[in-house]
Structures are given as C-alpha cells and as structure tokens.
Design a protein around this ligand. Structure first.
Ligand code: PLP
Length: 366
C-alpha cells in the first residue's frame, strides 16, 4: 500500500467505505441482472436500487439513467449522434467531449475561466444554429463553475439541445438536472467516491438516444453489454453517502486554509480562476519560473500527490488547453499544478502540502 498525502481527488477520489463494501457484497454474489432466476433478480434489484439513488442525486428519474463504463463513455453516448452537425462546445471541456466532436466550434471563456455568455448570445443570433451546446458543470483543472442554466436558456431559445459534463460536481456541489434544464448530463462514479470504470449518462428522453454499443438490449437498448453490477452497486452506495451530506461540509474550510497558506508563502503565485465561483475542493496554482514537473517531483519526493492539470493530460507535454483558453502563456500553463481535496482530506494534509511547496515557493521568489 502506497502511503502519503493524497490531494488528487479530481483525478480519482479514494473509494468511500460504504462503496467498497457494496462492491464487495455484490462480488460475492453470482447473478447477471438480465437473468430471470433468483440470482439474476437479486443482481437486478441491486442495480435498480443504485439507479434510483443516482437519479435522485441529480434530480432525475431512474428511467433516465443509462449506466456506462464512466464519464468518457457517457459523453460519447450522449454526443456521438451530433458529430456531423453544427455544435458548440466550451473551450475548456474535458477531452472526452472535445474529441468526440472534433469539428465543434469553441465557446471562449473569460480570463477567470467562465464561459463567455455574451459571446454565446451573439453567436446564437446567426447561422448555422447548433444542434447541441456542451458546457461542463465545473472544470476539472481549475474547479471553476460554469453558468450552465444560463447557457441552457440561451441554447434552448435557439432550438439547441444542451449537454452538461457534470462529472466533477457531485460530492462537491449540489447538482439538479431539472434546475439546470439540460438534456444530457454525465457522471463518473470514481470522481465521487465510487469505483473506477462505471458512470452514467442521464438523458431527458433516453428513448430517442441512438446507442453507441449494441447487442443484448441492456439499459433499455441504449447500451448493450452486461452491466458492471458490482461497480454500479458501489456507484449507488457512494451516491447515497453523498446525498446524506457525508463529504462536503469541511472542504471549503480546508481549501481556504490551503489558499491562505499559498498567499502567505508566495504572494507571486497565480491561482487560476481565483475570482470566479469554484468547486470548494480545487486550487490550480502556478509558481512563476518553476515548471510543474519540478513541482510535481518535489512534492512526490515529500510524499504529496497532486497533478498537473487533468490526469489524462499529465503525460503529455502540451500545455493545458484550459489555462490557454483563459489567456495563460505557454510558460504559465506549464507552471500550474492542481491540488484537489476530498472526503478524507485533513488539515494536516494541507499543511504537509504547504510545507513541501513552500520550499519551492522560496526558490521561485529568489
Ligand atoms: N469529464 C471530466 C470533467 C473529468 O474530469 C473526467 C475525468 O478526468 C471525465 C469526464 C472522464 O471520466 P472517466 O474517467 O469516468 O471516463
């Protein structure tokens, strides 16, 4: 078992004890949810219970939940039918949205990382009008919350459908699909304390959704293949724990402690999206003149795990498209690291980060 201070929840959250237990219970039981015998019916009951809890977590109906292998597949399922049509996506979307719609027109963001509503309103007054507008709930790198309900109102008035990647929301902020008024919303269990490899697309009208994977008729014909029963059980248990308010309460206090420490140690540091409304758990910070790889290595040596932007892009040399869209220079984009807290984080974790990071901050100031 690797020991250390884990501050990379936006990459993946540690599994909540209740979720681990639900996975273990389901793994001990045979049963395909499509089988009609007792074992199959029990597996189906566990899955439908999870479907109900996940639906309730985001204010949707159970019949609107389509279980997938994660947030990436959920985005592909919701968006693949729009590939050859005019579409608008925010410039800061996760690659799972950007790459399923490679010809999409990009909605710019402000310097604080918020979708530019004025730009969108102007764009929606001219042709071609988009078939769908995709804007995420919260950015995974900066934590900046997006004005999804306002985007939806503009998009709807122009006759477009609305897609929202809400993967980084639950467990950190309340998510209400009907309040947001979106047609599609995506979730990923491992970002909210469930297991990896399971997620969901919540679709307003799932019956009109063309499937991406066919054969078997599972998920009412929207997603073929035997469902990940144990994973879905864990997803449900994590969603239940979150709905009970187990995880969010002290995140803001911890993040404030972190950012006060950063400011004290390095007034020259740049906190991306600082002026915008953000998730209570995320800080994206750069030290002028110090490359993120150096910061990551120094922190790793000190036993503190954070990441450079999104986990998926951390192996690449390209600077973050999110920070670039916010106006960062290539050098600034290569200096930023992401610290993300969660349900098991403690003040001592924040202090361990500040202790190790402070040494670099002094080098940056010198
Ligand atoms: N969307 C966002 C905003 C994410 O942060 C991630 C994961 O990093 C994904 C989608 C992809 O989710 P998954 O890892 O479940 O495929």
């Amino acid at each position: 078992m690797v020991a250390g201070v884990y501050l990379d929840y936006n990459a993946t959250a540690p599994v909540l004890p209740a979720a681990a237990e639900a996975v273990a219970v389901a793994l001990r039981q045979p049963g395909n949810p499509s089988s009609v015998h007792g074992f199959g019916r029990a597996a189906r009951a566990r899955m439908e219970d999870a479907r109900e809890v996940v639906a309730r977590l985001v204010g949707a109906a159970p019949a609107q939940v389509i279980f997938t292998s994660g947030g990436t597949e959920a985005a592909a399922l919701g968006l693949h039918a729009f590939r050859d049509r005019p579409v608008l996506v925010s410039a800061i979307e996760h690659p799972c949205v950007l790459e399923i719609l490679p010809r999409a027109e990009r909605i710019p963001v402000t310097a604080d990382g918020v979708v530019d509503l004025d730009w969108l309103a102007t764009r929606l007054r001219r042709d071609p009008l988009p078939a769908v507008v995709a804007v995420m709930l919260a950015n995974n790198e900066t934590g900046v919350l997006q004005p999804v309900a306002e985007v939806a109102a503009l998009a709807r008035a122009a006759g477009a459908a609305v897609f929202c990647d809400a993967v980084q929301g639950p467990g950190k902020v309340a998510v209400d699909m009907s309040g947001l008024d979106v047609d599609f919303l995506t979730l990923s269990a491992h970002k909210l304390g469930g297991p990896q490899g399971v997620g969901a697309l919540i679709a307003r009208t799932p019956e009109s959704l063309p499937p991406l994977v066919v054969g078997g008729g599972q998920e009412r014909g929207r997603r073929g293949g035997t469902q990940n029963g144990p994973g879905i059980a864990g997803f449900g248990a994590a969603a239940r724990a979150i709905a009970a308010g187990e995880c969010v309460s002290c995140l803001t206090d911890l993040r404030d402690r972190l950012e006060a420490g950063i400011r004290r140690l390095a007034p020259q540091a740049v906190i991306w999206g600082e002026g915008a409304e953000r998730l209570p758990n995320t800080t994206c910070v750069g030290l002028p003149g110090i490359d993120q790889q150096r910061v990551l290595m120094a922190l790793d040596l000190a036993g503190v795990a954070v990441s450079a932007g999104s986990a998926c892009s951390s192996g690449k040399v390209a600077p973050s498209h999110v920070l670039t869209a916010m106006g960062a220079t290539p050098a600034q984009a290569r200096e930023a690291i992401r610290v993300s807290l969660g349900w098991a984080s403690a003040a001592s974790d924040v202090d361990a980060f500040l202790d190790a990071w402070g040494r670099l901050a002094r080098a940056s100031a010198a």
